[in-house]
Design a protein around this ligand. Structure first.
Ligand SMILES: *Cc1c(COP(=O)(O)O)cnc(C)c1O
Length: 404
């Protein structure tokens, strides 16, 4: 294979034109040309290193794209204004009216809503299946299917997709295999396992400071060029363009991703094991009884661990709310959606991030209303955090003294 995922984030740094340790921020929407011919060539896509207009590309966005392509081991990448901007522009680039997509029934709420409610306006139809059931995946593929789409680790149920096996199925049926790797940056490298296109919401772990939304599409030059084409490129024409200032700030945060992921994983597995010992229904891919544990283990880059997300089921939405409010009062984290922050974030997905999914379908996929999703933070003393969380659980009555 020509491109390999990077082992070391510190190898991804680019310094600036004037020797600054950070690249200069390109503070321009448009660019001058010294000759009219070069401008024409740039329009035609034939002037390497020239910039035309920042919706098309900008130096700051290219720096960030390069770093992320190196991280995922793809030829190139295009950054976007949000994860949804990356997902929707990629799918609309790949598909035409009449085409069909096969995806998991447990994908991110926004992606689900796009495929279920929006894409059919363009005669683009989707089958939602259990992605861990490879026979069901294959059975859903028709002559119209163009794309196999999944998340490496799904939101919020933390199902693990067997990317290797799915890549084989995609290849056999000549489908483009698109993987959203938002939940498992560095831990899983989908391109190495056979994904054609790897997408991230940069909003989450990669930026890690909950100060912006952002996205990226990592793929080969041909596909990325197609999305940026001035004539029929979805990224160019729909306009999900990241601002240069944000690209520069995300690049700086990317440099500590490897350290952060190790700490998120370290803290999450500690809590998951403790919660499970206490008798709570705990879902974490690092636990041996998780149905996707062996798959994750087979796919993973071990040193980054099983990621920072875990869920517990406390039985009812009332208990979930009571617990979350108490934990927030005691400064154990914030009652907020999203993930990848330095502080623990928690929310009840059934009534928040997955509320786009109808209740009956939520039940069918095992998304109960007492489910709390935790994005575990970078706490320096996770034992102390655990003790304090346990006290909240005892007070709320989720745990009983005799149980622990
Ligand atoms: C948040 C998220 C998205 C959407 O990203 P935005 O940056 O909010 O547009 C897509 N996929 C997954 C798995 C996510 O968690």
């Amino acid at each position: 294979m020509k491109y390999k995922p990077a082992d070391n984030i510190q190898d991804l740094q680019y310094f600036g034109e004037f020797g600054g340790v950070n690249p200069s921020i390109s503070d321009s929407s448009t660019y001058t040309f010294l000759s009219a011919k070069t401008m024409f060539d740039t329009f035609e896509g034939n002037a390497e290193g020239c910039y035309l207009y920042s919706r098309h590309s900008s130096p700051s966005n290219l720096y960030l794209g390069k770093a992320l392509a190196a991280m995922e081991g793809t030829e190139t990448a295009n950054v976007t204004a949000s994860g949804m901007g990356a997902i929707t522009s990629s799918l609309l680039q790949l598909c035409e009216a009449g085409d069909h997509i096969v995806t998991s029934r447990t994908i991110y709420g926004g992606t689900y809503a796009f495929l279920k409610n929006f894409a059919p306006k363009f005669q683009l139809y989707t089958s939602f299946i259990d992605i861990t059931n490879l026979e069901a995946v294959e059975a859903a593929i028709t002559t119209k299917t163009k794309v196999l789409y999944c998340e490496s680790v799904s939101n919020p149920l933390l199902e693990v997709a067997d990317l290797e096996a799915l890549a084989k199925i995609a290849k056999k049926h000549q489908l483009t295999f698109v993987v959203d790797n938002t939940f498992s940056p560095l831990s899983i490298s989908p391109a190495k396992l056979g994904a054609d296109i790897v997408i991230h919401s940069l909003t989450k772990f990669i930026n890690g400071s909950s100060d912006t939304v952002g996205g990226v599409v990592c793929g080969n030059q041909e596909f990325i060029n197609a999305t940026r084409s001035v004539n029929d490129g979805a990224a160019m024409l729909l306009g999900p363009t990241m601002d240069s200032f944000r690209a520069a700030s995300i690049l700086k945060n990317l440099r500590t991703l490897h350290i952060r992921m190790k700490q998120h994983s370290h803290n999450a597995i500690y809590l998951a094991k403790k919660f499970q010992q206490d008798g709570l229904r705990t879902v974490y891919p690092g636990l041996e009884n998780h149905p996707g544990h062996e798959t994750f283990k087979k796919l993973m880059n071990e040193r980054y661990g099983y990621g920072g997300l875990l869920t517990i089921d406390v039985g009812s939405l009332e208990k979930a709310n009571e617990l979350m409010e108490m934990m927030q009062e005691r400064n154990l984290g914030y009652l907020a959606v999203s993930l990848g922050f330095y502080k623990t974030l928690f929310s009840a997905p059934g009534s928040s991030t997955s509320s786009e999914i109808p209740i009956e379908e939520q039940e069918e996929m095992g998304l109960s209303d007492g489910l709390i999703r935790f994005s575990i933070g970078l706490d320096n003393d996770i034992e102390r955090t655990y003790q304090m969380m346990k006290n909240c659980m005892l007070e709320v009555g989720i745990l009983k003294e005799e149980m622990v």
